[in-house]
Design a protein around this ligand. Structure first.
Ligand SMILES: [Zn+2]
Length: 168
């Protein structure tokens, strides 16, 4: 979706936005108050938590990828540290309290229309809590890489491959 489909009216004064070349690009700009719409990337975090070389996955309640499995993940809120977002999402979806121990990858590319543009993938370690599925996940379990369930996103596959290569 381009910026002109995303924003048609000024969020400050409700005037229809007009195209203006600013900072090297045509951008939606309010002719009345000067507000500029910058289409910012959406940022998400995912956490890979392993236990005896098995990896923690959750089954998605919602489309896209309903009934298929992926890593605990979610969007970073404005003003939120991505590390905190990763711990929060993990707790909300799986009931586990974790600490972040490493950065595995930063990936660019939107896999589906409601997906993030930038995905930060951390490695996490369990500190406490008890495993239970919640939020937009209805089952959680550990899987060996040779016995994975159907995965929701090709991104999940890429992350698991990268993790496997790194572990060698
Ligand atoms: Zn305005």
């Amino acid at each position: 979706m381009n910026a002109f489909d995303e924003a048609r009216y000024c969020i400050r004064c409700a005037t229809p936005l007009a195209a203006q070349r600013l900072f090297g690009k045509l951008r939606p700009v309010c002719p009345t108050c000067g507000w500029i719409y910058f289409a910012d990337p959406k940022v998400a975090v995912a956490v890979l938590i392993s236990h005896n070389s098995s990896v923690l996955l959750g089954r998605r309640v919602n489309d896209p990828g309903r009934g298929q499995w992926t890593l605990p993940a979610g969007f970073v809120d404005a003003g939120e540290d991505p590390l905190e977002a990763a711990r929060r999402e993990c707790f909300e979806e799986t009931g586990l309290e974790i600490e972040i121990i490493d950065l595995l990858d930063v990936m660019y590319g939107q896999e589906h229309e409601r997906g993030a543009h930038i995905l930060i993938v951390y490695l996490g370690r369990i500190l406490g809590g008890s495993l239970r599925a919640a939020d937009d996940i209805d089952a959680v379990d550990f899987f060996g890489l040779d016995a994975l369930p159907p995965l929701a996103f090709s991104t999940t596959e890429k992350i698991l491959r990268k993790w496997q290569e790194k572990a060698r």
